[in-house]
Design a binder for this molecule. Structure first.
Ligand code: HAM
Length: 450
């Protein structure tokens, strides 16, 4: 049997009803805050993530699904050669031939793609862009509860030229307040907003230097990743999860000691707006986030119900990302919610969210499928927006009742020869057992009644 690949999963009914509930609630919230949807490709050039997210991050150095899309491979594919499968072989041939492979990667996140699109389509002409996206992302992580290799993010980015106000702390606070509203709207309580400022590049350079110095005498005792990062990008040492390294990490300098005047004022203003709108937060100066593009505000919302993978969403400001990707200055801030985790922390049950038929139409006897189909069409296309399930004339009445019960239909409607002739149908309420005969023209209204 062929099974879904490790770390991927099928979303089945009734769970998909919860996903749809979340997505439509979220779309309403985005609408209220005047965000518009953007859809970028699911794969991009590897270089985008290497430059955008950062080569020393776990995401880029360990977790990306990357492959070569060289002319050689394309040729093998076009020739229909079944031997094109072992792509790594092609990769080495290609590398040997050109030394410059075309490397592609399934997106591990969507901010780099959105900023690429911003630059490519000169979206700065539109002033402040308020964009949102919903879609799959891919990271080769060790799968566990709340952590998958294909997972879904609901994200948003606010990006534009400085003159459009993109750098203002008001944007940061608005994003955070939007998130509080969004979580309330889908019914998630008990979240914690952890907030930090990771400063501007100059602050980070000084912080990195201080980390480097502090690490020198102790790093020999740390894991291999830390030893490498202590040299290449000391900030990333703070991402280390190895338990034995934590006591050392605890003693390292903190970013809050390195913020310049501008970053401190910006951060203060974000906090004051949050206080004024009543969004609670917790300061955490160890929160540096696992992606290199962040500047100033960085945040995560965590939720107790999630266990080890407790970050329901994360985000922050990335004022230099556009320039790093070769674009114009375009300060921005955004977030991405792990939709899988959001659904996991919902209190509602999938069964309750799943749609139930208003009526189950039971054709009774040979030849009745035709009349039943006509009636179903009338009811489904009518103004009442009814959910209609259609049975089959081969079912005995008992079987139709069982089917209607199993689907939790509110009504069952019998379509037999006599009913069609009379133009009136037996309609039974499956909860109360009450049965009435209803003229064809009144059926929709009667079924729609609560
Ligand atoms: P991130 O923190 O890497 O940020 O991911 C955001 C959220 O995606 C996480 O908090 C988590 O809920 C979810 N997530 C990440 N990896 C997995 C996984 N393997 N399985 C399930 N859920 C996962 C970003 O991706 C940034 N692009 C967010 C952002 C947007 N920053 C600025 N704008």
């Amino acid at each position: 049997m062929i099974k879904a690949v490790r770390g991927t999963r099928d979303l089945l009914p009734p769970d998909t009803a919860l996903w749809n509930f979340v997505e439509s609630a979220v779309r309403e919230v985005f609408r209220a805050y005047n965000f518009q949807e953007i859809r970028t490709p699911i794969f991009e050039s590897t270089e985008l993530f290497a430059r955008g997210v950062g080569e020393e991050t776990d995401i880029v150095s360990k977790e990306m699904f990357t492959w070569l899309d060289s002319p050689l491979i394309q040729k093998a594919l076009l020739n229909g050669s079944p031997q094109h499968w072992p792509i790594p072989v092609m990769q080495s041939v290609e590398e040997a031939l050109s030394g410059k492979p075309d490397s592609l990667t399934l997106r591990p996140e969507n901010t780099a793609g959105v900023v690429r699109a911003y630059i490519e389509h000169q979206l700065e002409k539109r002033g402040l862009n308020k964009l949102f996206y919903i879609g799959p992302q891919f990271r080769r992580e060790r799968p566990q509860k709340g952590r998958y290799r294909q997972f879904f993010q609901i994200g948003a980015e606010v990006i534009g030229p400085k003159s459009a106000g993109s750098e203002s702390p008001a944007r940061d606070a608005e994003i955070l307040e939007l998130l509080a509203t969004l979580l309330d709207r889908v019914g998630i309580t008990g979240w914690t907003l952890e907030l930090n400022s990771v400063g501007c590049p100059a602050d980070r350079a000084r912080f990195n230097e201080a980390l480097r110095k502090a690490l020198e005498p102790v790093v020999a005792k740390m894991c291999a990743d830390c030893r490498r990062r202590a040299v290449t990008n000391p900030l990333r040492v703070l991402d280390c999860k190895v338990p034995e390294d934590q006591p050392i990490i605890e003693t390292l300098p903190r970013i809050s000691q390195f913020l310049d005047e501008g970053c401190r004022t910006h951060f203060d203003e974000v906090q004051q707006i949050l206080q004024s709108v009543g969004v609670p937060f917790k300061l955490n100066d160890r929160l540096v986030r696992g992606l290199d593009y962040y500047t100033r505000t960085a945040f995560e919302f965590t939720h107790g119900a999630l266990g080890a993978q407790n970050a329901i969403l994360g985000g922050g400001r990335y004022d230099g990302l556009s320039e790093a990707l070769g674009g114009p200055a375009a300060p921005g801030i955004g977030f991405a919610i792990g939709e899988d985790r959001l659904v996991l922390s919902l209190a509602n049950s999938a069964e309750d969210a799943a749609p139930k038929p208003d009526v189950y139409i039971a054709p009774l006897g040979a030849g009745m499928n035709r009349d039943a189909a006509r009636l179903a069409r009338e009811l489904r296309r009518g103004e009442r927006n009814l959910v209609v399930e259609l049975g089959d004339e081969s079912f005995r009445l008992k079987k139709s009742f069982e089917a209607a019960d199993k689907l939790k239909s509110r009504y069952i409607l019998i379509v037999g020869e006599n009913e069609v002739k009379a133009g009136a149908f037996a309609l039974k309420n499956l909860a109360t057992g009450e049965q009435v005969t209803v003229p064809r023209a009144e059926l929709a209204d009667r079924i729609a009644k609560p």
